[in-house]
Design a protein around this ligand. Structure first.
Ligand code: SF4
Length: 372
């Protein structure tokens, strides 16, 4: 029989070996930096799985903070929208704090669907980022299904990393599967911030405990980088929750709502993919889902052309169905006090409206009861 001491020594040796091989593994892996900005909020689970399967180790920039915004705004020029300035800030952080990076990952998203495009800022991202001083090599792929299947883009990305076609396609399949699991998890009502945390920590998709529903529910519209970056939006969702509001975002809605593109009229179809998604969500709440929410808030970045255009259309629709609508335009100077006042007055207005409706209903029920 082995003594306790012998077993411990063995275990220790095993641990040492494991640590050695882990260190070796880390050294041999390709270090790739990812800015926690822009499409991070939409595609990170896919990228993570894909790049890790292709032997990369990922280094993320931290959550957005004051320094990141200030540096990004300084680097960004003129009328550039805030999310791109924030992206610059994250990239500058990675360059400064992680000289060990082999690459920074800057994908080019052109189109994921034959009928539309991503915003031009996404199309040109690797080109503008390339001009930053001391930038490491850029690892990129181009997603443009109008010209190329996504698998081809993955194969060429994998080639840059020294991997063959078979490894590329296997990694792609795993990344697709994982991303689908992530999206299904969100559709069960999970907040994006929480789900991303699980992805980052390699934890399973475990649902949060169900909370008692609040009296008011809003649909919060906007790009992921506006509504899930809590520094940029001054923790907007938490402010709503504190005022007794449940929040729904388009990531929580069923996939079927987004299958058919929106046709506004014969001459006008939404050209931008994300704007089309927002309008598809609105299309649902205009009719079938009208009574599921009490109001709509649209968070927009200052200088965002696509969002300003559809905000006007949504406002008109909301007037027709008498659903309260609030549009908030943010930039790097947006103040906490002003934002809070707008939230408070919007929520108060809806509470009053609901009280009035309840009173009217009560009176009507009483009248029916008396007449009976
Ligand atoms: S969609 Fe608007 S906010 Fe997003 S990158 Fe383009 S201009 Fe900026």
């Amino acid at each position: 029989m082995q003594s306790k001491k012998t077993i411990n020594q063995r275990e220790l040796k095993h641990l040492k070996d494991a640590l050695k091989s882990y260190r070796y593994d880390k050294k041999s892996k390709i270090k790739v930096g990812i800015p926690r900005a822009l499409h991070f909020y939409r595609f990170f689970p896919f990228w993570k799985k894909l790049l890790e399967e292709l032997s990369c180790v990922l280094i993320l920039s931290p959550h957005t903070n004051k320094q990141i915004v200030e540096e990004g705004a300084f680097q960004g020029f003129g009328e550039l929208c805030l999310p791109v300035k924030v992206y610059y800030g994250h990239m500058l952080y990675l360059i400064r704090e992680h000289p060990e990076l082999d690459y920074v990952f800057v994908p080019r998203y052109v189109s994921e669907r034959v009928e539309g495009y991503y915003c031009p800022k996404f199309l040109s991202l690797p080109d503008v980022i390339r001009t930053l001083p001391n930038i490491p090599k850029i690892l990129t792929f181009t997603i443009n299904v109008k010209e190329n299947p996504i698998s081809n883009s993955i194969i060429s990305l994998a080639k840059t990393l020294g991997k063959g076609q078979r490894e590329a396609l296997q990694a792609y399949e795993k990344a697709k599967k994982y991303h689908k699991q992530y999206q299904d998890f969100l559709r069960k009502g999970t907040p994006v911030g929480y789900a991303l945390k699980l992805v980052e920590k390699d934890k399973p998709f475990k649902m949060l405990k169900k909370k008692t529903p609040k009296n008011i529910k809003f649909l919060l519209l906007g790009h992921g980088y506006n509504i899930f970056d809590t520094f940029v939006n001054l923790d907007f969702q938490k402010k709503l929750t504190r005022h007794g509001v449940d929040v729904l975002t388009i990531e929580n809605l069923p996939e079927i709502l987004f299958k058919e593109p929106v046709i506004i009229n014969k001459q006008f179809r939404p050209y931008w993919l994300h704007e089309d998604e927002i309008l598809a969500a609105i299309r649902y709440f205009l009719v079938q889902g009208r009574n599921e929410i009490d109001g709509v808030i649209f968070l927009i970045s200052f200088a965002c052309g696509p969002d300003s255009l559809i905000a006007e259309l949504i406002m008109r629709d909301m007037k027709v169905i008498r659903l309260p609508f609030l549009q908030i335009i943010m930039d790097e100077h947006t103040g906490e006090a002003g934002l809070l006042t707008r939230i408070e007055s919007f929520v108060e207005m809806i509470k009053r409206k609901k009280r009035k409706l309840d009173e009217m209903k009560e009176k009507q029920d009483l009248k029916i009861f008396e007449e009976a």
